[in-house]
Ligand binder design. Structure first.
Ligand code: CMP
Length: 138
C-alpha cells in the first residue's frame, strides 16, 4: 500500500468552488483516484480524525472548521504517493507553499488550507480506512 495516500478537499475549498480544479490538478500530476466521496464530518468524527492533534492549541478551531461544511475524501495511487502528494499540495502554511502548489493557489490560511495529505504510509492506510470500507477501495 506504499503507493497510496489519502486526501480531503476541505470545507474552505468546497465553499469556494475549487473541488473540480483541485481534482484536475491531482489527476494532471499522475495520481489515480481509487476511492472518493463527498461527505460532511460531524464534530465528533472530525475530532476523531484529528485526535493526534488533541493537545495542540488549534485543535478546537481545527475540529470546528473541518465540520463546518462538506469535504471530498479520496484515496490516491501513484509511485511514492505520500511524498509526491505532499510536494503537490505544498507547505501547511500557504504563505510558505511553493508556487504552483495546491495550497499556494487555493489555501487562505494555515487553518483553512484547502487540502489534507497523509504524512506517512501508515497514516495513509489509517486515514483511508476511516472513510472507506475495503469494498470501496479499488
Ligand atoms: P492538515 O494537513 O489537515 O493536518 C493538521 C491540520 O491542522 C493542518 O492541516 C492545518 O489545517 C491545521 N493546523 C496546523 N497548524 C495550525 C495552526 N497553527 N493553526 C490552525 N490550524 C493549524
Amino acid at each position: 500500500m506504499s503507493n497510496r495516500t489519502f486526501t480531503m478537499i476541505k470545507p474552505d475549498a468546497t465553499r469556494n468552488g475549487n473541488t473540480g480544479a483541485i481534482l484536475q490538478m491531482i489527476n494532471a500530476a499522475g495520481f489515480r483516484i481509487v476511492a472518493m466521496k463527498m461527505t460532511r464530518l460531524s464534530k465528533e468524527k472530525a475530532g476523531e480524525f484529528y485526535a493526534v492533534h488533541a493537545a495542540r492549541p488549534f485543535y478546537g478551531e481545527l475540529v470546528d472548521f473541518m465540520s463546518s461544511g462538506p469535504i471530498t475524501a479520496a484515496i490516491l495511487e501513484k509511485d511514492n504517493a505520500v511524498e509526491e502528494f505532499r510536494k503537490l499540495i505544498g507547505a501547511t502554511n500557504p504563505a510558505e507553499a511553493a508556487d504552483g502548489t495546491i495550497r499556494k493557489l487555493f489555501a487562505t490560511s494555515i487553518g483553512e488550507n484547502a487540502v489534507h495529505g497523509s504524512d506517512s504510509n501508515e497514516n495513509a492506510v489509517i486515514e483511508g480506512d476511516f472513510f472507506f470500507s475495503k469494498l470501496e477501495q479499488f
